[in-house]
Design a protein around this ligand. Structure first.
Ligand code: SF4
Ligand code: SF4
Length: 652
């Protein structure tokens, strides 16, 4: 139904009244374009990640078959627009302002246009029984994106995650020349309304406002007729003023609400869709049709028969132009989109993609050479017409000076690139180009920062992992060490407290056991001291005093000179050390002749130990004893050796 008074409209700031030139292409019904001999399917026809091919060169495909899967949440699959054979997967020129090539699937139609035997999902003609999730999944599987030009994946907008109280259908189509939405609403209003009902169900929204500019009376009538049985849907006629079709501008016109800077319509409980988009959702849900075609306006003063065409995606634009009767003259410029927001096509051998709404060929006389830009005179005209309430001249200064942060502070990203400011600028400054440049630079810097952040996080994660591993190794080492210590301490504890039977009994059999002999610690200490003394005694100093070296109580009588000779002789030293050890052993076990008085008295025991130590020291310095047969034998051996050496050294 047409919204009746008192439906209050509002006004957005700025804007321009432009010559719409839509009548050029609305005189004939939408025409079907025959299948072309070659189709090119870019893997990126949408905002977001490129789709990934799931077919190989040489594969035969059917109409509606998925040929490239979506990658990630913000992405969209690509389907075969007709049956045929994949002949290449390669970079081809695509319609983009950069003029660069991109990866594409090349399809050679077989002319039979065979659909899949079974659609890739089941149709849900009774969509009211479907869940919102089912509808979203189908919209994603069908590869539906915003057909108004933004090409944002629709499944995301069907999954808002919060309450939506108004669905707005943007039928304003404010850009001059373009009439595809107008013709769609005029000729296929029922399908558009079906799509609206499906989307309303998915969003659980209570109402829908269809905004149509008042220069499209046929579309207004057709849509009102189609929607009259559904009280939730209201067709609202809005004034013709560029850019009425801007999402934020139409929302303001219809509701009086302003979408906050850097915000979304969803922040106001509003979701916006294009008429072609909702129709595609309706067809996908109710008839299991993927997005493989769209309506495109082929128009302009340089086109022989301007018209609207139903075109399979992937068709080359040269094919469209041929269907529209070709050029009347060499065009001054061919654009994809309208004269305000479109961009020049480098060639016609680029394919139609999901975002293509118009091919506009301007006559040479319409394309005047751009006058040279003059300095800004601060007239403020650009501010007056800016629908986003920005300061275009300030943005221009900052963009030109590469002061991107300052431009961002002035809400650069609220600029919808409508071109109103550039159109009225008396200095002919290409303002929008400066804004696009600044946005691109900011995006590039952000992408670089994201990469750097990711690299830093990877590095930090690596360091943390290495630290974790080192800690684990350290703990394992400590555990192993503790286990080893526990194992070794078990046997060493028993000698420290030897059982009484194992203790060498120092006590004489005839006398009562001395207290010192009962103290194993004292005994062990004395023994250890004696051993240490014996070890230390080996390199005995030559000046050591004569002592009772053999433990027999007699002082050693050898002079220091002899001690030196003993020191030099390792055999003698070994013998002396053995004697010292013997003395130490003697110190450990009290003699029966030194009875209980010493054993009982710790002082006496200590003195005995000291004596033993002294004896050991002296012993090491004591020369071979004449009475000692071993020493004597060694001395004889030494003499023999000396005689041999002397003989060996004699002159020949
Ligand atoms: S319209 Fe042009 S000359 Fe006037 S203020 Fe804006 S940028 Fe400067
Ligand atoms: S292009 Fe941007 S700055 Fe210029 S009028 Fe449009 S919204 Fe405003």
């Amino acid at each position: 139904m047409i919204a009746q008074a008192p439906f209050r409209l509002h006004r957005f700031h700025g804007g321009l009244h432009l010559d719409d030139r839509k009548a050029l292409s609305t005189g004939t019904p939408i025409a079907e374009v025959p299948l072309p001999p070659l189709m090119v399917l870019p893997l990126t026809q949408h905002i977001g990640g490129a789709a990934k091919p799931c077919v190989q060169v040489g594969d035969r495909v059917r109409r509606g078959q998925t040929v490239a899967h979506a990658q990630g949440v913000v992405s969209s699959p690509v389907h075969a627009p007709t049956s045929g054979r994949i002949t290449a997967i390669e970079a081809r020129p695509v319609p983009h302002p950069s003029g660069l090539s991109a990866d594409c699937l090349v399809l050679e139609p077989d002319g039979r246009d065979q659909p899949l035997d079974t659609p890739e999902w089941a149709p849900l003609p009774d969509f009211a029984a479907a869940t919102p999730a089912q509808i979203r999944d189908i919209a994603r599987a069908a590869g539906i994106v915003g057909l108004g030009g933004a090409a944002f994946p629709s499944a995301i907008k069907l999954n808002p995650g919060r309450v939506v109280d108004t669905l707005i259908i943007n039928g304003a189509e404010c850009e001059p020349y373009i009439s595809c939405d107008q013709m769609l609403m005029t000729e296929q209003a029922d399908e558009v309304v079906l799509g609206i009902q499906v989307v309303l169900h998915a969003l659980a929204a209570p109402r829908c406002l269809v905004g149509i500019e008042d220069n499209k009376p046929e579309a207004i009538r057709a849509m009102s007729r189609a929607a009259e049985h559904d009280a939730r849907i209201s067709v609202v006629v809005v004034p013709t003023r560029y850019p009425q079709g801007g999402e934020k501008q139409l929302i303001q016109t219809l509701t009086g609400l302003e979408v906050p800077s850097e915000g979304l319509p969803l922040d106001l409980g509003i979701v916006c869709h294009n008429p072609g988009t909702v129709r595609a959702v309706g067809r996908a849900v109710c008839f299991a049709e993927p997005l493989i075609e769209r309506i495109i306006t082929v128009t302009g003063e340089a086109i022989a028969q301007p018209c609207n065409l139903r075109v399979r995606l992937g068709t080359l634009m040269s094919h469209l132009v041929a269907q529209a009767g070709g050029f009347t003259d060499t065009p001054g410029r061919v654009l994809m989109g309208g004269p305000m927001m479109g961009f020049a096509l480098p060639a016609l051998e680029v394919p139609v993609i999901k975002a293509t709404n118009c091919v506009l060929a301007l006559a040479p006389e319409q394309v005047r050479p751009t006058p040279e830009a003059q300095p800004c005179i601060r007239c403020g005209e650009c501010v007056t017409v800016c629908p986003a309430r920005l300061l275009p001249q300030q943005l221009y200064w900052h963009a030109r000076a590469r002061e991107f942060e300052a431009a961002e502070d002035l809400n650069l990203f609220d600029c919808i690139e409508c071109g109103c400011c550039a159109m009225v600028c008396p200095s002919h400054i290409p303002l929008v180009q400066y804004y696009r440049f600044a946005k691109t630079e900011i995006h590039a810097a952000e992408a670089e920062k994201r990469l750097a952040d990711a690299a830093r996080q990877r590095h930090e994660a690596r360091l943390a992992r290495i630290e974790r591993e080192e800690r684990a190794k350290e703990e394992a080492r400590a555990r192993k060490k503790a286990a080893l210590a526990a194992k070794t301490s078990a046997p060493s504890a028993s000698p420290a407290t030897p059982p009484p039977a194992a203790t060498p009994a120092p006590a004489p059999t005839s006398a009562p056991a001395p207290a010192a002999a009962d103290d194993p610690v004292a005994v062990a200490m004395a023994r250890a001291q004696a051993r240490r003394a014996a070890n230390n005694a080996v390199p005995a100093p030559a000046s050591v005093e004569p002592a009772d070296g053999d433990g027999d109580g007699k002082p050693a009588s050898a002079p220091p000179a002899q001690a030196n000779s003993a020191e030099d002789d390792p055999v003698a030293k070994a013998i002396a050390a053995a004697k010292a050890r013997k003395a130490a052993r003697a110190a450990d076990v009290p003699s029966p002749s030194e009875p209980s008085a010493e054993a009982d008295d710790p002082v006496a025991r200590a003195m005995a130990a000291a004596k033993a130590r002294k004896a050991a020291k002296v012993a090491s310095a004591t020369p071979a004893d004449d009475d000692d047969p071993v020493a004597k034998a060694i001395a004889a051996a030494k003499a023999r050796k000396a005689a041999r050496d002397a003989a060996g050294n004699a002159p020949q």
